[in-house]
Design a protein. Sequence first.
Length: 131
Amino acid sequence: MTDGQIAFAAIGLSSGLTTITGSHADLPSRLGGFARVRMLAENRYATFHKIDLDRQLLVTTRGAYPPDVNAMRVKRQPTDIELGSHDRIEFDLMYDIPKDARITALRLYSDPTDDLGVPLQHDPGAELPLR
């Protein structure tokens, strides 16, 4: 799935994690359970491109949720990434969601630009179904 010239793929999904552990902290879920989505992003632009990971939403039957800032920190995951031309990277997105929420998709935003690197005014994002 692409948004602009950034290609995204979900390569792993786990959910129902009541507590996550990092090298420096344990974090219990406030809403019911953590969901972890392992992602791959590939920059198909001819220039550097920055992506704000805080904008990536997990869509569930109970609503859409942004990444949980504390869970991302415990797992030492970035809040934004900058990819060089034609580079790719793997990272985790961590979400705290209600226990009874069923995950349906990711709504991904890459902040597309034109060929000169000028940001486009409206980024509708792209929805990646998760099953």
